[in-house]
Design a binder for this molecule. Structure first.
Ligand code: PXP
Length: 238
């Protein structure tokens, strides 16, 4: 069974559309856990477009499974992470104009800054994962900066227009996962995963966990969050 981290950012996106108090991502996290989620993921963006500082504080108190904070390696957000102490931090690149996280981290090109961010977070007892494209260079660099895990960016796999391209992207993910394991890194994956494209991903032997947001919250609007989480969990068997 591959673990499921449910990303509740989009619940906050709906709330922020009206700058009101509902729907509450903290309530969504409780329901997701009751439905079998193995973890809750949130991205505290520097522009606070969805998740707010208050959400993170309350999630730290209420999440019973595993709290994963997606974050830029900026001084402000690292400070917040060190105060909040989530179970895990996932370092992601962040551009203000993007609709969602667009690519993996350039670990090789930012190794000095990332090394110090990784060691500050790990010294505080936080497991650190780096969100990277499935490229051998980025996997080796992730091991080099001392990360515990990599989250393989599945966006190219999800966006592939033909079966041939999708098969090629899956192969790249499998090669990256094998290389990560060889370098002592745990293997997670996420971005763009849906009820329709998840099954082939479960054939990645080293994969421990996926983080899924948009597809689950979209389905939840129509069928309810509990059912949406259960249906995704059911697809995560090997
Ligand atoms: N993993 C990371 C690192 C992300 O940035 C995101 C998007 O916030 C996700 C997973 C979830 O992606 P999606 O919403 O496409 O399922």
């Amino acid at each position: 069974m591959i673990r499921l981290g449910v990303n509740v950012d989009h619940v906050a996106t709906v709330r922020q559309a009206r700058r009101t108090v509902e729907p509450d991502p903290v309530a969504a996290a409780v329901l997701a856990e009751l439905a079998g989620a193995d973890g809750i993921t949130v991205h505290l963006r520097e522009d606070r477009r969805h998740i707010q500082d208050r959400d993170l504080r309350l999630l730290k108190e209420t999440v019973r499974t595993h709290l994963n904070l997606e974050m830029a390696a900026s001084r402000e957000i690292i400070g917040i992470a060190l105060e909040c102490l989530p179970d895990q931090a996932t370092l992601v690149p962040e551009k203000r104009r993007e609709v969602t996280t667009e690519g993996g981290l350039d670990v090789a090109g930012n190794s000095r800054a990332l090394s110090s961010a990784v060691s500050a977070l790990r010294d505080a007892g936080i497991m650190v994962s780096l969100f990277v494209d499935p490229s051998p260079e980025m996997i080796r660099a992730s091991a080099g900066v001392g990360a515990d895990a990599v989250e393989l960016h599945t966006g190219c796999y999800a966006n592939a227009g033909t079966q041939r391209d999708r098969d090629r992207e899956l192969e790249l993910l499998k090669e990256a996962a094998a290389l990560a394991e060889k370098n002592g890194l745990r293997v997670l994956a996420g971005h763009g995963l849906t009820y329709f494209n998840i099954r082939p991903i479960t054939t990645i032997a080293q994969l421990e966990e996926v983080n899924i947001g948009h597809s689950i919250i979209s389905r939840a609007v129509l069928v309810g969050l509990e059912r949406a989480v259960r249906e995704m969990k059911a697809l995560l068997t090997r």
